[in-house]
Design a protein. Structure first.
Length: 193
């Protein structure tokens, strides 16, 4: 059983982590994007909370009004839509079948989250009876959207995708290196082997 799980992880889990390699070289851009997303993108959510706290108003009431008004859900929709569009408009991507599959899985997951978020917003708007979807559901969906958007950001840089041309260049470089090593080993000092 443990071997089967290890095999399954190697075949399915490891390829899904490949896009994170794209931010190794551009980590500073990724951090700037994350901070901008949190502070600028979520300003419509945290700023009213900060103002309520500064004015000694009940924060819980403002928090619920923001949630049920759709502020957090609409922010989540926007970052997911931006992530999907960023993923679809990358140049020189899609030459690798595995990478194409990972893009498809991430896109389907994102579209599913968008449908859920839109459904939550649609249920909250006409709700005049006082019954609402749990605030935990709102926050959990926003966290999933944030993590998914952070993952989709990695697809902007297709350097982690090795296409046919990249693999051919690597193999040609390996063959050249072997050829040079073979020439060096063909002679031992003055004696030809």
């Amino acid at each position: 059983m443990k071997q089967n799980l290890g095999f399954l992880w190697m075949k399915l889990g490891v390829p899904l982590l490949e896009p994170w390699k794209a931010i190794r070289r551009r980590g500073h851009l990724y951090i700037a994007w994350l901070l901008g997303l949190l502070f600028l993108g979520l300003a419509g959510f945290w700023l009213p909370l900060a103002l309520a706290w500064a004015r000694s108003n009940p924060i819980n009431t403002v928090f619920e009004q923001l949630l049920y008004g759709g502020t957090l859900a609409s922010f989540s929709l926007v970052i997911l839509a931006e992530g999907i569009l960023g993923m679809l408009t990358v140049e020189k991507a899609g030459s690798n079948v595995t990478a194409l599959g990972i893009r498809g899985i991430a896109g389907c997951w994102s579209l599913g989250l968008i449908v859920l978020l839109a459904g939550v917003m649609a249920c909250e708007v006409p709700s005049t009876s006082g019954s609402h979807i749990s605030r935990y559901v709102h926050v959990l969906l926003a966290v999933f959207a944030f993590i998914t958007a952070a993952y989709l950001y990695c697809f902007r840089f297709p350097m982690w995708e090795k296409g046919v041309e990249d693999i051919k260049e690597e193999e040609d470089s390996d063959v050249d290196k072997l050829r040079k090593d073979a020439v060096g080993q063909a002679t031992d000092g003055e004696v030809k082997l």
